[in-house]
Write a protein that binds this ligand. Sequence first.
Ligand SMILES: [Mn+2]
Length: 320
Amino acid sequence: MALEDAKNEVDGAFGRADLKGLAFENAFSGATSFLRRRYTKDLSGVDLAITGIPFDQAVTHRPGTRFGPRAIREASTLQPFDPPYGWDGFSPLERFAIADCGDMAFDYAHTADLPARIEAHVAAILKAGAGLITLGGDHSITLPILRAHAAKHGPLALIQVDAHTDTWVDDDPSRIDHGTFCYTAVKEGLIDVARSAHVGIRTVVEDNLGIRIHDAAEVHARGALAVAADLKARVEDRPVYLSFDIDGLDPAFAPGTGTPVWGGLSSAQAAALLRGLAGINLVGGDVVEVSPPYDHAAITAVAAAHVAMEMICLWGWTRR
Ligand SMILES: [Mn+2]
């Protein structure tokens, strides 16, 4: 079936007839969209949208995440041949209408405009009735994404997988910084801190702002499933936003990122953690900080593509 279709399918990003279904075009061929979904700005009938925000001008160290969305799309092309592993046969690509609505347009030289532009971009997608998974871009993009989600759902339970908590104190609203988004999100009341948690942390935190920290050492000592169980208990049935900084993974599993820190999660731990969250009320998520110029053999992009697929599974599991 799949092999027979592969002879005739190409450029499903632009040619596929249905928003649902697996995809069988050659993984190495054709125009890339995320998971070979239809590449469209038309959100009518779309249950879940994917968008890219290739902005990387707010980083403390190595740039390059502007190339992240493109690399993650390319890395995803092998995945839509089968239902995802580890989900009891659940096949979100067949069950739900999912579209790649492309990258957000912006003027790279008008950085001050960016947060408002991102918030409007995300709000328009949410208003169309679709859920959203965003491919970054650096972690500064998460703040305006959270603003749009909180406007729709109220304060969110944030689960942030990261080496860093991104809670540096920053009271200058004109700054755009990938290390401060969480501080500002708490300050603005976008996050319900009593329902929020950081996972994979391995940098010093002066003030956790009330957010529970499961550092990487805890994941190694207790296991990802035990931490996932704690996370589920913490978020209860609240709307959850999941922000996955790829540097939550160890540099061995995600070298292509801007601020790598050793001692992080393995990809196996991340997979177990995410699958262990099945049943949470995920309303949106992002995968950020993938920097292809520092990547090798697409290790990081492949990891990010899998993380995003797991997010789709989490989103779909409670709606199936
Ligand atoms: Mn980080």
